[in-house]
Design a protein around this ligand. Sequence first.
Ligand code: CO
Length: 297
Amino acid sequence: MNTQQDASKSVQFPRTVERLVSGQATSDGAGVKLTRVLTQNLQQRLDPFLMLDAFGSDKPDDYIAGFPDHPHRGFETVTYMLAGRMLHRDSAGHEGLLENGGVQWMTAGKGVIHSEIPQQEEGVMEGFQLWLNLPKRDKMNTPWYKDFQNNELPRFVTPQGVAVTVISGESHGMTGAVTREITQPRYLDIHMPGNTQFEQTLSPEHNAFIYVYRGEVSIAGKAVPTQRMAILANEAQSDGVVITANSDAKLILISGQPLREPIVQYGPFVMNTQQEIYEALSDFREGRLGETESSHN
Ligand code: CO
């Protein structure tokens, strides 16, 4: 059986690049420096994804204070730590140490209050945080949380030597660590030796983008340099993407089924209406957001 080889011949009408995005330098939490790659003005275009932050620094001052207690409601956060150690604690009673190559998947649902604090005083801290929207029907679900260590993540290598970690969704016959029925998120970390190609089938209606974090790749003749996001065009006849590595390159590929529901964001709350935002704010102010069942006693 060689599903990789079969799948590598399956893209007949590859997508083109609609535009390149370089993101905005910003800081969040207690002053963590990061690049917001997927910003609020791209939420409709990249539905069901709401945000992508890339962080990477070897200067402790850029990350050491971390993200002290803060709330979330109405979506999921996926943190992928390429290098570094971060301790997560939340109001639903979950605690986990995220380390080199590990993934933390948190469904905020009706609400969590959590902290994410670096567990190192020097060295490199590098990774991504992706926000994935929840469908209206699931926004007030019970919070959910799971940590995956690097060696627990599904991984395959193509005959050309492209190494792919399947964080979520499906790729070349391999199912990722997390799957979601409605949004069908696909999240791949792809490590490509120079002059190799990688093909991934994509449903034409799924919104999709890549972010290159090492080296340079090309898609349909368009170069995508390091630290750039490329939004892939949703051409009706397209059936996937073909990525060519111009040098040794590392990138993430993210795609998903759009929800096409109203998006109303106020900071860490993402709901469908302004009224639901007011409710989230008053629940937070009055200590009801992030309450566990037992705290009602
Ligand atoms: Co958070």
